[in-house]
Design a protein. Structure first.
Length: 414
């Protein structure tokens, strides 16, 4: 019998497997599909602690309502009578305050910073081999209002120890000649990173497997098995099978809520769909990631590829790609590039981010059940926060002091 079973082979589950194994646990990692093929597959691949803001913030709801009337806006809610969605909004609204946003930022920043260090360690040891660069992040602004936002952001970032520079249009172009002269200005944040998320997941999983982790792909966990107040293992679909373990880690991304509910655990999460378009790179492509905040679009160079990512749709578990919103992601990225990208070998993708009402992940043990750790709900930051989440899971499981305070991420906070 394995000591630990992990449900979900995305960035969070794979890092949990890797660190649990390092802590001496005998681990089995189970995924209903292929490892890394869900939300960790074609996201925007940024590792940017400076952008550790939780989704709920003052003004977010009114901005979202204004966007709702535009068919190509970066935000959409599919109208439906869903009591869970209604409850999610009521809870979400409570966190749209300055105080909650500041608290959320500090909590998420501690995870993101610790993770950035761990990415360095994983690369140095060769335990994860993947495209990763620390060339900073450029935010470009299209209007005077945007540039004003940049100036304010610089001060706020400095207060958190980030080094950044506000840039005039020509300075942006000197730094990143791929940017079009139609932009107004920019903000450059030093030390930020980007890396190929899918390559990271696959590489870390391969190392974990070499170290002895058992990986079961294409097997769905239908339920978590409980006896009394103790988790005993999981039930698998097709062929039906029971697998026992001392510890079960729930890292099933956007799908975690359903499994949690079966064992009386309420994790109020919604799947929040985003899109990306990945093309072959070309002469004159950017070499640093570019955030176009006014369009809510990120352009990420990934070695031989270039990716445009964005949008947030609350449309349930639907992976469908809405043409107008997908085109708007590409348009928003192309708008700031000097050379129009040849859209060669374009790969369209959608992924479901696991989002909680306060925008923070849940990492920890439930009070009413032994033998379970939840590690999910990482919203926009699941790639960034994958290594530290895996390490925290291993530390919690092994009853070691966590390297980052985990109180803000406890399960019973809603
Ligand atoms: C457009 C877009 C851009 C993004 N950009 C960034 C970014 O720049 N930086 C960043 O840090 N984050 C980014 N994110 C967020 C990030 O992709 C997610 O937070 C992260 O991938 C979540 O990882 P996860 O392991 O929790 O979930 P997933 O990667 O979705 O993995 C969950 C896994 O669980 C498996 N599973 C589910 N149910 C079961 C079951 N019953 N049995 C067995 N297996 C199961 C699934 O098959 C899946 O493989 C972005 C997301 C999107 C959509």
């Amino acid at each position: 019998m394995p000591d630990a079973i992990i449900i979900g082979g995305g960035g969070i589950g794979v890092a949990s497997a890797y660190y649990l194994d390092k802590h001496g646990w005998d681990v089995t990692l189970i995924d209903k599909g292929e490892l890394g093929h869900a939300c960790s597959y074609a996201n925007s691949c940024l590792v940017v602690p400076s952008h550790s803001d939780p989704i709920p913030a003052p003004g977010v709801i009114s901005q979202a309502m204004r966007w709702m009337v535009k068919k190509d806006s970066p935000f959409f809610i599919r109208p439906r009578l869903d009591p869970q969605l209604l409850r999610f909004f009521l809870q979400f609204r409570r966190f749209c305050t300055e105080e909650a946003a500041a608290h959320g930022f500090d909590a998420l920043l501690s995870l993101s910073r610790a993770s950035l260090e761990l990415f360095g360690e994983l690369l140095d040891t060769g335990d994860a081999r993947f495209f990763f660069e620390r060339k900073g992040l450029i935010e470009v602004f299209l209007s005077e209002q945007g540039s004003e936002h940049g100036r304010r952001a610089k001060d706020a970032l400095a207060a958190h120890g980030f080094r950044s520079m506000t840039l005039e249009r020509d300075e942006v172009i000197d730094l990143e000649p791929a940017v079009a002269p139609t932009i107004r200005g920019g903000l450059f944040i030093e030390g930020e990173a980007h890396g190929y998320s899918y390559e990271y997941v696959r590489s870390l999983a391969a190392t974990a497997e070499d170290n002895g982790v058992t990986i079961l792909s294409g097997r769905e966990v239908s339920s978590i098995h409980v006896e009394g107040r103790r988790v005993r293992g999981v039930e698998l679909e097709g062929p039906r099978q029971r697998l026992d373990a001392e510890l079960v880690v729930l890292a099933a991304g956007a799908w975690s809520r359903k499994l949690a509910r079966q064992v009386g655990l309420d994790i109020p999460m919604q799947p929040a769909k985003g899109y990306s378009a990945t093309i072959d790179s070309y002469d004159g492509a950017p070499i640093r990631p570019i955030l176009v905040k006014e369009r809510r679009v990120i352009v990420t160079p990934l070695d031989t590829r270039l990716r445009f990512g964005g949008t947030l749709e609350l449309a349930g578990f639907d992976h469908g790609i809405h043409g107008d919103r997908y085109e708007a992601v590409k348009r928003g990225g192309c708008e700031v590039l000097k050379t129009p990208p040849p859209m060669e070998n374009e790969a369209a993708w959608s992924g479901l981010r696991p989002v909680t009402p306060d925008g923070l992940p849940v990492i920890g043990r439930p009070k009413h059940l032994d033998g379970l750790i939840a590690a999910t709900g990482h919203a926009m930051l699941g790639f960034t926060q994958s290594p530290i989440t895996g390490k925290l899971v291993a530390q919690i499981a092994s009853e070691e002091a966590p390297s980052v305070p985990v109180e803000p991420f406890r399960l019973d906070r809603f």
